[in-house]
Design a protein around this ligand. Structure first.
Ligand SMILES: *Cc1c(COP(=O)(O)O)cnc(C)c1O
Length: 467
């Protein structure tokens, strides 16, 4: 067991030509650090090894490890994931992928200077909020609009501005927690507004709100219960009834929509969620929603509604802390422009995925099935590959009970467990996330993006070869 004695000293390794090349590119302390880690890794490998290895071989192995580690370090931890789950919007997977127009616009604004807070007409200081406000007015029909960091921030800002130290009436059926620990009662506490709960979990009537109104009432609040649905014996007050009551009592009505839909998806079976336009039309004074859910844009919290309330929010100190950056404004403007002048159904990935025709999904799944068969069938780990009809999900807290009819590829393995193969492809770059049906793997095609099919085949192949 002389192997350990054949490990060169760090100083000696640093003189090696391959390391010298690396030192011309990377910082010395970074290379030394990685060199130490690689020596340690090789040392533990040698401890388990019986046959003798030459010093030269050990040196080369260590440098191979160094190069791999440097390559990995250059990637960072955020990496591409191929979404084969059929869940269109998932917070864990970064929610909405951006469309081309948003991406180009974002790229242009990110890499240069811009007029973020410049009024070029007047040649003086301008407002960053001006850029998207006009688009929001045109698309939603609202008097005014404001964009902040995310929808949680939008709700917090609206409550703090309009109801701090006063009362907000909410139905018990809407005191929900939304993914990522956004709890309406907690946000309410942060805003220093008192929460007045009315009704019961399954039933709330307009008279419950009416009876709770006092001198102290600042807002009637309605939240879209995005991620769950009470079916059966339940009743919630419709937004127009609440607006009627608010107008009669001169109390503003706020609606937290969560997933703000701008495109009417009724023709695709997605009828139950009110669009932002419908919500504005219903007369709600303030409507809040996310930029990266069904809208299909970047993370942002969008507030639209009556001018007097939006103006008060713009002036509030908190807005400065919640302010949205130029990258999000650029991506949001690009996305909104697609709604106004372009073709959201074709160009906004989320809308495109949700409106795909079943035949087209079926055809895509059949093609992927065929490709996998052609390229992988000779591997002993493949037992059967078939096209399957399955159900996809909208996700992002929208349409919690709606199952979108979709298609995918189902792969049955042998000589390798489903868990093993699933883990391997999850640890690759890009990672591949799939679904599981009993002991079979399913890859839904709805959420695949251009080029993903080719990568999927390569990833599975690599996972087999890693045996
Ligand atoms: C998703 C959601 C939120 C939180 O929005 P973020 O953009 O994630 O901050 C708030 N309210 C409702 C109803 C939601 O669905």
């Amino acid at each position: 067991m002389n192997n350990l004695r054949h490990i060169p000293a760090i100083d000696e390794l640093l003189q090696h030509a391959r390391i010298q090349t690396l030192l011309q590119i990377y910082r010395r302390d970074f290379v030394v650090d990685i060199l130490r880690q690689s020596v340690e890794q090789k040392r533990s490998m040698l401890l388990k090894q019986i046959e003798e290895q030459s010093k030269q071989n050990i040196t080369e192995d260590i440098i191979d490890l160094v190069e791999t580690r440097i390559k990995n370090a250059e990637h960072g931890t955020l990496q591409r994931v191929i979404n084969g789950t059929g869940v269109v919007l998932h917070t864990n997977m970064g929610r909405a992928p951006l469309g081309t127009r948003a991406m180009n616009y974002l790229n242009e604004m990110a890499t240069g200077y811009n007029n973020l807070e410049l009024d070029l007409q007047k040649g003086e200081r301008g407002s960053r909020y001006w850029h998207v406000e006009n688009l929001l007015q045109q698309i939603t029909g609202a008097e005014a609009g404001l964009v902040v960091n995310n929808n949680a921030a939008a709700v917090l800002l609206a409550l703090t501005t309009l109801a701090k130290g006063r009362e907000v009436i909410v139905s018990r059926g809407q005191l929900v927690e939304i993914g990522g620990a956004f709890r309406i009662p907690d946000v309410m506490k942060q805003s220093a507004a008192s929460l007045i709960e009315v009704g019961t979990t399954n039933k709330t009537y307009i008279k419950d709100y009416e009876e709770a109104i006092t001198e102290q009432t600042a807002l009637l609040f309605s939240a879209h219960t995005s991620n769950y649905k009470i079916v059966g014996f339940s009743e919630e007050v419709k937004i127009d009834k609440l607006v009627e009551l608010g107008q009669e009592k001169k109390i503003p009505v706020m609606l937290d929509l969560g997933s703000g839909i701008l495109a009417d998806l009724g023709n695709w079976g997605l009828k139950e969620e009110p669009t932002v336009q419908q919500s504005v039309k219903s007369g709600a004074d303030i409507v809040t929603f996310s930029g990266d859910k069904l809208l299909g844009g970047p993370q942002a919290g969008i507030i639209v509604g009556k001018k007097e309330y939006i103006e008060a929010m713009k002036k509030h100190q908190l807005t400065r802390a919640l302010r949205v950056d130029k990258l999000a404004i650029a991506a949001l403007e690009g996305t909104l422009l697609e709604y106004l002048t372009g073709n959201p159904q074709r160009e906004i990935p989320v809308i495109h995925m949700l409106t795909r025709a079943e035949e087209s999904l079926c055809q895509q799944a059949e093609e992927l099935t065929q490709t996998i068969k052609n390229d992988l069938q000779h591997y002993t780990q493949i037992k059967r590959v078939t096209t399957k009809k399955l159900y996809d999900m909208v996700g992002g807290g929208a349409y919690p009970t709606y199952e979108l009819p979709g298609y995918g590829v189902e792969i049955e393995f042998e000589n390798i467990s489903l868990e093993q193969i699933t883990n391997r492809i999850r640890l690759m770059n890009p990672a591949l996330l799939t679904r599981k049906q009993e002991d079979k793997m399913q890859i839904s095609v709805r959420t695949l993006l251009e080029g993903d099919e080719k990568t999927i085949v390569e990833l599975i192949k690599k996972a087999f070869q890693a045996e």
